[in-house]
Design a binder for this molecule. Structure first.
Ligand code: FMN
Length: 189
């Protein structure tokens, strides 16, 4: 039902010590929580003791992560750009779920020193396509060197809040539509 809040998981995509990502993710989550149709949770990859090597059997941390992905209706991945891509721990975590991503929408908040994380986002679109997830056309891109931040926290300019709104509008439409679709019939992967 459209009236049931959409469960949105905001994923902190960097686990680097001293990362900017947690501040960006919480900034975004606070703005998303202004919408009463969304139930927003922040998932911090640094809070999962993932194995260094992909194990033969899923570990408790991997299962806990897959359960959290399975419980969400929609996602917003907050990612920095590292060498024109996204961080390796984010890819590792994405790979620990599969069915749980299917037929769900994914939006992006990205940042970097120059391209506002555009390369990272475009590569994530390819990854999520392989997982049968739907990526949102509009995203929120932030330039670490271009005056978009006040001490690690993005500035609330009119343009930025419009970008947040556009992405959340799309995420909500797809989230509701796909939630209903998954209820109506099993997804064919
Ligand atoms: C290994 C490494 C590679 C990076 N490569 C890029 C890059 O290709 N493009 C870019 O815009 N910023 C790049 N940066 C800058 C990061 O986006 C910036 O340091 C950001 O704060 C990293 O996110 P985090 O602090 O949340 O980990 C790089 C940073 C690191 C540590």
């Amino acid at each position: 039902m459209a009236s049931t809040p959409l469960r949105v998981a905001v994923i902190i995509g960097s686990t680097r010590a001293g990362r900017v990502c947690d501040a960006v993710a919480h900034w975004f989550a606070q703005r998303a929580r202004r919408r009463e149709e969304l139930a927003v949770e922040v998932l911090d990859l640094a809070g999962y003791a993932f194995p260094a090597r992909y194990p033969a059997q899923a570990t408790p941390a991997m299962c806990r992560f897959a359960d959290a992905i399975g419980a969400a209706d929609a996602f917003v991945v907050v990612t920095p750009e590292y060498n024109r891509s996204f961080p390796a721990p984010l890819k590792q975590a994405i790979d620990f779920a599969y069915d749980e991503w299917q037929a769900k929408p994914v939006g992006f908040v990205s940042y970097g020193s120059g391209s506002a994380g555009l390369y990272a986002v475009e590569q994530l679109r390819t990854v999520f396509c392989a997982l049968h997830a739907v990526t949102m056309r509009d995203w929120v891109g932030l330039d670490l060197l271009g005056g978009d931040f006040d001490d690690r926290v993005p500035r609330d300019t009119d343009d930025r809040l419009r970008a947040v709104g556009a992405m959340l509008d799309q995420l909500t439409w797809w989230g509701r539509t796909l939630r209903q679709g998954r209820r109506d019939q099993p997804y064919v992967s």
